[in-house]
Write a protein that binds this ligand. Structure first.
Ligand code: SF4
Length: 403
């Protein structure tokens, strides 16, 4: 993915904001100006993002997905500089879940009212570790994506949870095998910056984090009719302009296929025993300005999410920057990607959301408007389960919500 030269906007921030609120599609130069705003202009950018969200969602609903987290395997072909999830096959904590474990955890999640099974794992670990190849062979599968497809089917059929899989890059055939058992799937773009792949960068030596390949996976999903979640990881060494470039790359995919149902803005957290353990984390203000710029750049219809468990006590302020979703929250399993950061209790999340003037509502792994459009059901099995869980408005039926 070519790095675009930085173009500065000839317009003032207030003029860009006005155009955005009138429905104009913002350019890269506009985005660069918004994300560099400070002082009163930053306040204005945030206020505009909040206004844009409120105008598009007069019901003032903010959503979350009640989920259970299934870390199918923490082996991976890559080693990103910030990742604490990944383990080597001989390292303490290395684990690949068996089908029995998968069903057991998913079933407990279903008993606790979860609707989504987030299946998260490393990217094609068997390409790096012969041990994973042997595990797959023992289980009767030829590849990790094949195992993912089988476990998605098992979870859906045995527990009624709707799988949502994040397993990195996928070829067309791999995705076509997994998608019929998933309500939606995900792959974070993280960043469009190739600088991060240089020596000492967080993606040095990685083979699955090339932005053009991740965009290709999103495009493949679009061609196959799979709704995707994606997003950016901020604070890993990218410039503010590179954040805008990444958001625009995602907007381009969505313009072509309409399949990006959600943009996640995730803040980097420094974790012990990673290459980036000593790196500075993005500030709260940096997070707020990125959320606001994302809202204005992606437009009113896009679902913008920020994880509440990575925002500290002040995560409720994100709502002031125009987000409308908190992502998956589990009453059972921890966030295996950020194990140090507990998800808030749902009652607390609901109270914080109400405090900012919004109503917390549960959605499935397929966003309400993707449910009601009827165009994004990946199979009759998924469609039947989505229909059983959702009302005419596409949200989880109120009688099925648990607080
Ligand atoms: S972030 Fe993902 S791709 Fe990178 S090492 Fe961790 S599991 Fe692998």
């Amino acid at each position: 993915m070519a790095q675009s030269p930085i173009v500065t906007s000839s317009e003032t921030v207030p003029a860009i904001i006005e155009r955005a609120l009138c429905g104009a599609v913002l350019s890269a130069a506009d985005g660069y100006a918004l994300i560099r705003a400070s002082g009163p202009e930053l306040t204005a950018v945030m206020r505009a993002a909040g206004e844009m969200n409120a105008a598009a969602r007069p019901h003032r609903r903010v959503t979350y997905s009640r989920k259970v987290f299934l870390p199918l395997t923490n082996l991976c072909r890559d080693r990103c500089g910030y990742c604490t999830f990944v383990k080597g096959p001989k390292q303490r904590g290395a684990h690949t879940m068996t089908p029995d474990e998968v069903v057991s955890v998913a079933r407990r999640g279903a008993e606790l009212g979860c609707k989504e099974a987030l299946i998260s794992l490393g990217d094609h670990p068997e390409w790096r570790h012969p041990e994973m190849g042997a595990t797959l062979e023992r289980l009767g599968y030829g590849s990790t994506p094949e195992y993912v497809a089988a476990m998605s089917k098992l979870v859906l059929e045995e527990t009624g949870l709707l799988p949502h899989t994040n397993c990195g890059l996928l070829s067309r055939d791999e995705m076509a095998a997994i998608a019929p058992w998933n309500a939606s799937m995900g792959i974070m773009l993280e960043s469009a910056s190739l600088r991060l792949h240089e020596k000492g960068g967080p993606h040095e030596g990685t083979s699955s984090k090339r932005p053009e390949q991740r965009i290709a996976t999103l495009e493949t999903a679009g061609e196959l009719g799979v709704a995707m979640t994606s997003g950016i990881l901020i604070g890993i060494g990218e410039t503010p302009e590179e954040r805008i470039d990444a958001l625009l790359a995602l907007r381009d995919v969505h313009d072509r296929h309409g399949n990006i149902q959600e943009i996640i803005i995730q803040n980097f957290r420094a974790k012990p025993a990673t290459r980036m353990h000593g790196a500075a984390e993005p500030s709260a203000v940096d997070m707020l300005r990125t959320l606001a710029a994302a809202r204005l750049l992606m437009g009113p219809a896009m679902n913008i999410q920020a994880p509440p468990n990575l925002g500290g006590d002040g995560f409720g302020t994100y709502l002031l920057s125009g987000i409308n979703d908190w992502g998956g929250v589990s009453p059972l399993t921890r966030d295996f990607i950020n194990p140090e950061a507990a998800w808030p209790e749902l009652a607390h999340l609901r109270a914080v959301t109400a405090d900012a003037g919004f109503e917390l509502r549960e959605r499935t792994a397929l966003y309400p408007e993707y449910v009601t459009s009827g165009a994004w059901q990946t199979s009759t099995a998924v469609a039947a389960r989505v229909a059983a869980l959702t009302g005419a408005d596409g949200y989880v039926r109120e009688e099925l919500e648990q607080w």
